[in-house]
Design a protein around this ligand. Structure first.
Ligand SMILES: Nc1ncnc2c1ncn2[C@@H]1O[C@H](COP(=O)(O)OP(=O)(O)OP(=O)(O)O)[C@@H](O)[C@H]1O
Length: 612
């Protein structure tokens, strides 16, 4: 599993209390109101018995003695009892409302923190973490962490009830009280054992929750492949297997809870029994009255409720700790890109260079051992301002990785990438994307309008949007759409064809008027003649732009001023197409293959035209 793994070991109780402290510190105001509400509830529960006694003594008993009740007596009884109930209800509402707000605020805050951290972490971190895991961290794990805030205010608030019960018991008979209170060490021991047993089971269930979302995510993403290749049964089986595992893990969590719950719940009852047993002996020996024993036993049963509330909190603690370990693994993840404060020159095409740049992906062997896969090895190149350069090389030779390095989507393991002689690591946050744009291999469109997808929220007027669409050869088809620029394109641009999606993505880059434009196979779904037209327009429209294009077609290569030929991560040669043809065997082989493919395509097209 490549997911975010929680660190092993550590005391659950200590870690849990640290999570609770962190939560309280974040929601001090609402949490205080919730505890106050719970305290009011605790006090009022204690006072209810007293209020009933008082009203009986002051109004009910005299009324019975007199044989009739006066209006004042009825008002007194009604008033006192109503006041008790109203204050109690206010306490409950205050606790629930403020407690809920505190809990949901924490959830929202940490969801934001986790997603903000995702944006901050470099692409290399994302390469190592599956998207289902990320969804789970931002959702199920955050929830698991802060659910403890549901029973927490109650547990803290009703400690007053506990204190009230214990003090009263000590006043009545200290010895009997101490007999009863021996249950507390027992309760503590039972809870520690419970947490020890729960922690690994909770961790496993939480990891499996992430696995289920990972498999589901992958299945939805691969819907087309699954359906077109008839793999529905296989996919259903794959999902069923991981869902069953989650079910079993959750049942195991429930079973463990079921084993401990009766013991934890019955310990206070054992205390009451001990009090009755010892108390009976003391009554027999004349040390106590029966009424006093009953009073201590009753007080003991009052303390059972707060003890149970504390039990709920302790029961939630392992889940909270597991959730927090997984959330904090994201929040504490290092490798966030450091930024400098330098600005890149604006207003003219950018020169881009790489000096001895190497980059390797971290991967796992089949045995799960970490290892590296070198993708770019000791690359040095200089692309002059305003040039159009084609990156050419066989599949997997490192072209996309190099493109990502030039945009600083990842930092090189060694070497330097420079735009206009500024090391990209010294550029201020957002500085690179202000001057450079990359159109990636896989087009992503938002479920938004065409306009929204092109501008990405920047304030461009429609004329500018149309101009960008013209350059990207997209204006004609957008004009034909029912609502033009206002047409919604559906999830990931589902209502457009692959080529149309690529053209919208291209317009999105063009509208930013980049000084460096990197096209990573960005026109693969576009007809070759259209691709050529797009690239010609780009060149014509952008004398102020340096274009780096990862090229797979002869026509694209021929448009470039210079070709950089890459093989197994190395730049094998660079120069004009004609120069490379004469001296680079690998390049020659590749372009011959491209040319043959283009000829075959042309032959098929003309055959189709003849048969029409
Ligand atoms: N996220 C990743 N994790 C691990 N290895 C990767 C990752 N992305 C790429 N690689 C590896 O890095 C090497 C270079 O990949 P890259 O995508 O840069 O090649 P490319 O020349 O763009 O390939 P293509 O022409 O097929 O798009 C390949 O061996 C590939 O397997």
């Amino acid at each position: 599993m490549t997911g975010v793994q929680p660190p092993p070991g550590g005391s659950t109780l200590r870690e849990g209390l640290a999570v609770v402290r962190r939560g309280i510190a974040g929601q001090r105001g609402w949490f205080s109101v919730a505890v106050l509400g719970a305290t009011v509830y605790g006090v009022m529960t204690g006072l209810t018995a007293w209020a009933i006694g008082w009203t009986v003594q002051e109004a009910v008993a005299p009324a019975i003695a007199a044989g009739r009740a006066t209006g004042a007596q009825l008002w007194f009884v009604g008033g006192v009892l109503s006041a008790v109930v109203v204050v109690n209800v206010v306490g409950v509402i205050g606790r629930r409302l403020a407690g809920g707000i505190a809990m949901y605020n924490l959830g929202a805050q940490y969801r934001r923190d986790v997603t903000r951290q995702y944006l901050r972490l470099p692409l290399s971190w994302h390469h190592r973490h599956p998207s289902g895991q990320l969804l789970s961290n931002a959702n199920a794990d955050v929830e698991a962490t802060w659910n403890i805030f549901a029973p927490l205010p109650m547990a803290i608030g009703v400690v007053v009830m506990l204190a009230f019960g214990i003090v009263q018991m000590l006043v009545v008979d200290p010895f009997l009280a101490l007999v009863g209170l021996t249950v507390f060490p027992m309760l503590f021991a039972a809870n520690v054992a419970f947490q020890r047993a729960m922690s690994p089971r909770m961790t496993r269930a939480q990891q499996l929750r992430a696995d289920v979302s990972e498999v589901a995510h992958e299945s939805f993403e691969a819907a087309l492949v699954v359906k077109s290749l008839g793999r529905e049964d296989h996919e259903t089986e794959r999902f069923r297997a991981v869902a069953d595992e989650l079910r079993d893990a959750n049942i195991e969590v429930g079973r463990t809870r079921g084993r401990f719950d009766p013991a934890i719940e019955s310990i206070p009852t054992l205390g009451t029994l001990a009090v009755l047993l010892v108390g009976t002996h003391r009554v027999r020996s004349g040390g106590l009255t029966a009424a006093e024993v009953v009073q201590v036993a009753y007080l003991f049963s009052i303390t059972a409720f707060p003890v149970r509330a504390l039990g709920w909190v302790l029961g939630e603690l392992p889940r909270s700790v597991v959730g927090w370990r997984r959330v904090s693994a994201v929040l504490d993840a290092t490798g966030a890109m450091a930024h400098g404060d330098r600005h890149l020159p604006r207003g003219r095409a950018s020169a881009v260079a790489a000096e001895s740049v190497s980059y390797a992906y971290e991967i796992e062997t089949e045995e799960g051992q970490p290892t590296v896969n070198p993708a770019v090895v000791d690359v040095t190149l200089a692309i002059p301002a305003g040039a159009t350069v084609a990156l050419v090389g066989p599949t997997g030779s490192g072209k996309s990785t190099l493109a990502n390095l030039l945009m600083r989507l990842v930092d090189p393991d060694s070497g330097v990438v420079l735009i206009d002689e500024v090391d990209l690591r010294e550029v201020r946050r957002g500085g690179v994307s202000e001057v450079a744009a990359l159109v990636p291999q896989q087009t992503f469109l938002f479920d938004d309008t065409v306009r929204g997808n092109v501008t990405l929220g920047s304030p461009h007027d429609d004329a500018t949007v149309w101009r960008a669409l013209e350059v990207a050869h997209a204006a004609a088809f957008v004009r034909r759409l029912a609502d033009g620029l206002d047409t919604r394109v559906g999830e990931r641009g589902a209502s457009l064809s692959g080529g149309q999606r690529q053209r919208v993505a291209l317009a999105r880059a063009v509208i930013r008027d980049p000084q460096l434009l990197i096209l990573d196979d960005a026109t693969s779904a576009v007809d070759p003649s259209v691709e050529q037209a797009i690239l010609s327009r780009l060149r014509a429209a952008s004398s102020g732009t340096t274009v780096v294009v990862v090229a797979y077609r002869m026509a694209t290569v021929l448009l470039a001023d210079e070709v950089v030929y890459v093989e197994e991560g190395h730049v094998v040669d660079h120069g004009t197409h004609a120069e490379l043809l004469g001296r680079c065997a690998g390049y020659e082989g590749l372009v011959t293959a491209y040319a043959r493919e283009a000829a075959e395509r042309a032959a098929i097209t003309s055959a189709e035209e003849v048969s029409r």
